[in-house]
Write a protein that binds this ligand. Structure first.
Ligand code: ATP
Length: 359
């Protein structure tokens, strides 16, 4: 069943339109992640869904009913913010109970519900503490507890982990994944800058750019089959290498590509349109394979050792730069010449307007 339906959703601030007509259907129980560069409209879209901003045009339905005019409290939604927004003078118990007591529930019922949620989030020992007596991760768990105690149908997260250190982020990411597994009927929408959070938590990722949806798909779908250069560059870290290419022939022998290396590359690929329309070749750093016979001749400019892997920053004779990721330690150094093979199954080709040159 579709839980959320966005139809031509628009938002203007004064004369400036920040969301330019977004269409999106989110089935009940799905975990959807909004990603995109700073200012692309992720938070605004989330706030439109929450009812914290008025919708300028279009229609938003939750559970089959149009909710454009419904105030936030009546939408069956809970939201968790980056800043936790806990009440500093209230204990953990009181903070979690707050959403319930506002609705004037029976005291015993409130007590039982808060303790149940606290147990789920491993907060039972901390119920009498004040927020200032908690770690960042514990505070964020209280914020999540306060949101789930209301038993929302839809759960919105606005960068909930961005104030935490790396280790805690990893732990909380796991906890949010567990929470989603324990609440299979609750629809979750999550805004993040973090690639790993997006790739690991999402059933589907929505890539936004300048207030428009660029692509919606499962994480690996976006990684393997980006619809355009923007998505190709945005999903994956470090970004996909994009090299200017001239395709001089296409046909049964495949594509003959000039990448500014010391020889042309023949790729056994087919494309939909004319070869001249192809302007860019993409290959991810992890798909460049070091090979003394490889078609890409480069000069190493810099090595980054990451421990379990390394990044080789290099330049082609034609001037284009690229990054290759290898495993373990590396013996190459700045100034070395190296060659890389270009596995055709991992090559992406793009047209002048950025769209994928689909076969
Ligand atoms: P970030 O990743 O930096 O948080 P974002 O993708 O969440 O960015 P939004 O905060 O949704 O982006 O902002 C989208 C656009 O709308 C931006 O151009 C922003 O300046 C504008 N905007 C957001 N809120 C307001 C507001 N209250 N008044 C005017 N403009 C706003």
């Amino acid at each position: 069943m579709t839980e959320l339906s966005l139809r031509g959703l628009r938002k203007s601030f004064g004369g400036h339109e920040a969301i330019h007509g977004v269409d999106l259907d989110i089935p009940s129980g799905e975990f959807v992640v909004f990603v995109g560069p700073s200012g692309c409209g992720k938070s605004t879209l989330l706030r439109l869904i929450a009812g914290l901003e008025d919708i300028s045009a279009g229609e938003l339905s939750i559970g089959g009913a149009v909710v454009n005019a419904l105030p936030p409290a009546k939408r069956g939604i809970s939201m968790v913010f980056q800043s936790y927004a806990l009440y500093p003078h209230m204990t953990v118990f009181e903070n979690i109970a707050f959403g319930l007591t506002l609705k004037r529930r029976d005291k015993a019922e409130v007590d039982a519900r808060v303790r149940e949620v606290a147990a789920t989030l491993e907060l039972t020992e901390l119920l009498e503490r004040l927020p200032r007596e908690l770690s960042g991760g514990q505070r964020q768990r209280v914020a999540i507890g306060r949101a789930i105690v209301r038993q929302p149908k839809v759960f919105l997260f606005d960068e909930p982990l961005s104030n935490l250190d790396a280790a805690l982020r990893t732990q909380m990411r796991g906890e949010i994944a567990d929470l989603h597994a324990r609440l299979p009927d609750v629809t979750m929408i999550y805004v993040t800058h973090d690639q790993v959070e997006a790739m690991t938590l999402a059933d589907r990722i929505v890539v936004l750019r300048d207030g428009r949806v660029e692509q919606v798909g499962r994480p690996l779908e976006l990684y393997h089959e980006p619809a355009n250069l923007f998505v190709a560059g945005f999903i994956g870290a470090p970004s996909m290498n994009v090299l200017p290419v001239k395709v001089s022939a296409a046909g049964a022998q495949g594509l003959l590509c000039d990448l500014g290396s010391d020889r042309e590359v023949r790729l056994p690929l087919t494309i939909g349109g004319s070869p001249e329309a192809v302007q860019t070749l993409g290959i991810r750093p992890e798909h460049l394979v070091e090979d003394p016979e490889g078609v890409l001749a480069v000069t190493v400019e810099r090595i980054e050792n990451l421990g379990e892997s390394h990044l080789i920053h290099a330049r082609l004779p034609g001037g284009a730069t690229l990054i290759a990721r290898g495993s373990g330690a590396v013996s190459a150094a700045a100034g070395d010449r190296m060659r890389f093979a270009l596995p055709p199954e991992h090559v992406h080709l793009f047209l002048a307007d950025g769209r994928t040159a689909a076969a």
